[in-house]
Design a protein around this ligand. Sequence first.
Ligand code: ATP
Ligand code: FE
Length: 372
Amino acid sequence: LSLASRRAAMIQQPPWSEAMEKSSAKLFLLKKADLLSRFGGVAPKMAEEAHSLVIDQVVQKALDDAKLTGKDLSAVAVTIGPGLSLCLRVGVSKARRVAGSYDLPIIGVHHMEAHALVARLVERDLQFPFLALLISGGHNLLVLAHDVGHYVQLGTTIDDAIGEAYDKTARWLGLDISKGGGAALEELAREGDSHAIKFKIPMRQHKDCNFSYAGLKTQVRLAIESKNICAQKDSISSAATPHRKSQADIAASFQRVAVLHLEEKCERAIEWARGLEPSLQCLVVSGGVASNQYVRSRLQQVSERKHLRLVFPPPSLCTDNGVMVAWTGIEHFLLGRYDPPPPVNEAEDYVYDLRPRWPLGEEYVQGRSEAR
Ligand code: ATP
Ligand code: FE
């Protein structure tokens, strides 16, 4: 059972109780789409309250859909980091209550490990070692996966992640981000000329596997301002918008460079990874941005050039989802890595083991591995 998805709570239109409707929680009667549009992203306190309001229903629905009760479970897996501690706490508290009630072991899961390992659910013959490119709203990671729970980080972002750059660009262009900024931008980019604007490719002079998207974001912002596209900041783009062509050109040009940066660093990471693991055969690409069709086609070409098998989980398992957390729990559980059932009547002031900042594995530095 995953209690981690910060969005799952909002996706369903839940059977809100009357009492709730009358309470100050009225804000949360808005659907996820409205909330994203209104706030342009996830506001921590709002997300925590939204989690708390719906967590019981989400868990119950997961059990009902699977035609199971708590008694049928073997263990409870829950994300303990990295992420917003306010939200993590809601999930961990619920997970411990479920585990305590049914006397089940509990497994604390790393959110980014879950993004990577879900590939082994999709492709059951996928063996370690493999290289994983994890691209999402908060992370841009290149990790060599040696085994469950054993990773070496070859590269990370020095500032923003690619998903953040997609989200900001979509907002600045005034797109309808109710289905997510990345998806909106990808759609618009299909209409544009990807060579119309010459954005600079980041970090080319750095002979490492790290990423940077802050500079590209600034270039995009300046391009938007210079074309005076976003005069009405919150306007919703439509086919009738006079600036549509310029918007599409910016979207396509941004996407080409953002993804080229991924391709270049990924190619170098494959070389590094082969130095560490000559038997490397597979590249996994996961995280919300891996839903993007352009990203998929470009990385397909990289894997062909480098003679690697490529595994992309389906989009529904790339973006945050509970399945990946449950699966990662199973991987650890089968290796005997879990905590004993928590006490049924846990004290209210019990301090949870949360890891809001939790690197995935050790860092690879200039030819040697350093434990963090
Ligand atoms: P993290 O996993 O780093 O903690 P997160 O959990 O918020 O961040 P995910 O749910 O894994 O992120 O991914 C969400 C990100 O993926 C968002 O930035 C979103 O814009 C991006 N994204 C989703 N679909 C697409 C798409 N089609 N094209 C580009 N980006 C996309
Ligand atoms: Fe995620």
